[in-house]
Write a protein that binds this ligand. Structure first.
Ligand code: 5GP
Length: 184
């Protein structure tokens, strides 16, 4: 089929165009701008997946007195029954009393997002907001609700616009969904 792509032997079909992404990024940016008017927010871009979304979003928010920091979470198997433990890496900025906006690529089960918010809360910011490009509400295991969502999608595996498959496909301007899981 036309426009199908293959990454690591898996076939993907077009799902969300760059034009649609631009429109929703503008909408989310204007919501954030309205909510944080007069503030000096700190945007925390969660690497790797959010780098393209964050670059477009933060420029569109257009608040001059803001800071942009980059954080990363390492995952490893813990000894407790919950399995994964995630550790914040790379955050040197003092968040005490600051208005923080976490910028993430996708919220799936919500486990990463919940952990992140708990982690950031320990640094005593004045407020924490969570912006995500994509949200899969049907996959939620935590009830975590992002404050800003560009797209709510069904629980299918997607790539592009920062999201990867084994490190590949982050550079695609559009978002693709794995074949046979596309919305009808
Ligand atoms: P959660 O903790 O919400 O289950 O998962 C969040 C992480 O899972 C994301 O940051 C992302 O790395 C990965 N993830 C979840 N769904 C997808 C998807 O559809 N495509 C890609 N490329 N990664 C995903």
């Amino acid at each position: 089929m036309e426009n199908e792509i293959t990454v690591n032997g898996l076939t993907f079909v077009p799902y969300i165009t760059n034009e649609e992404i631009k429109t929703q990024v503008e909408r989310v940016a204007s919501e954030i701008r309205n909510d944080l008017r007069g503030c000096e927010p700190v945007f925390l871009c969660v690497l790797n997946g959010a780098f393209i979304f964050a670059a477009d979003l933060i420029r569109a928010v257009d608040i001059s007195d803001c800071k942009v920091c980059f954080v990363r979470y390492s995952s490893y198997e813990g000894t407790n029954s919950s399995g994964k433990v995630k550790t914040l890496m790379g955050l040197t900025e003092d968040l005490e009393g600051r208005d923080v906006v976490i910028v993430e690529d996708i919220v799936d089960t919500g486990l990463t997002a919940s952990h992140m918010v708990d982690d950031i809360r320990k640094r005593n910011p004045r407020s924490i907001r969570f912006a995500t490009l994509l949200h899969k509400p049907e996959s939620s295991k935590t009830g975590f609700k992002p404050d800003y969502v560009a797209f709510s999608i069904s629980p299918s595996f997607i790539i592009g616009y920062g999201l990867d498959l084994d490190g590949k496909a982050r550079n695609l301007p559009d978002i693709y969904v794995i074949k046979d899981q596309a919305k009808c």
